[in-house]
Write a protein that binds this ligand. Structure first.
Ligand code: MG
Length: 193
């Protein structure tokens, strides 16, 4: 399996804060805050962990304590008792002020061509790394299912040596394949993990 790095934002990417609990089963309560887990999120985490050889990387502007607690709970729900390795980069680890995410904090520069950040904030990433970011918007169809489909199509091409640069492939697919097709493929994929 060819190695890629998929780095995940937390807020509005995997979960969102809510005022009123609609579905207790998909809600996490932490330190006075309710978080709703987005549809498909637990399966998505299992899918990404599989691609990354049982590993997950999170990169969030939240505080270390909040991120640690939230991710621990999220992973318990996604993986039950099975163990998964992970790292979390929090507010204090962000490189530039105030909050720009620089992926070279996490991966060596020569791995940038196979490193993708999934984040809902299109302006959060270092300017020179814009291509390394795939924007998610869970309130639209560009949600976790869509992102899964996008990763799946791109990874297949990458594994089959279509192009040596994973980031180029995923950007190409993003602009090329019909988003409906990507969405359906992602849904199908997540129903299997
Ligand atoms: Mg976010």
């Amino acid at each position: 399996m060819k190695k890629i790095n998929i780095i995940l934002d937390i807020d509005n990417t995997l979960v969102k804060t809510i005022k009123k609990v609609k579905n207790p089963k998909s809600t996490i309560y932490q330190d006075g805050v309710y978080y709703e887990i987005y549809p498909g999120c637990l399966q998505f985490l299992r899918y990404v962990a599989k691609l990354m050889n049982n590993y997950l990387i999170f990169f969030s502007n939240g505080t270390k304590q909040r991120n640690d607690d939230l991710i621990k709970e999220l992973l318990t729900r996604a993986f039950n008792k099975k163990s998964v390795k992970f790292e979390i980069y929090s507010r204090a680890d962000h490189c530039f002020s105030p909050i720009t995410k620089n992926l070279t904090i996490i991966v060596p520069k020569d791995q940038l061509n196979r490193t993708i950040l999934i984040d809902d904030d299109p302006y959060i990433i270092e300017n020179s790394q814009k291509k390394n970011m795939i924007v998610i918007n869970n309130e639209t169809r560009r949600n976790l299912y869509h992102i899964t489909g996008l990763i799946k199509f791109s990874y297949e091409l990458y594994e089959n040596n279509y192009h040596p640069n994973f980031v180029e492939i995923i950007n190409l697919i993003d602009g090329y394949i019909e988003s409906k097709q990507i969405y359906e493929e992602g849904k199908l994929q997540l129903s299997r993990v």
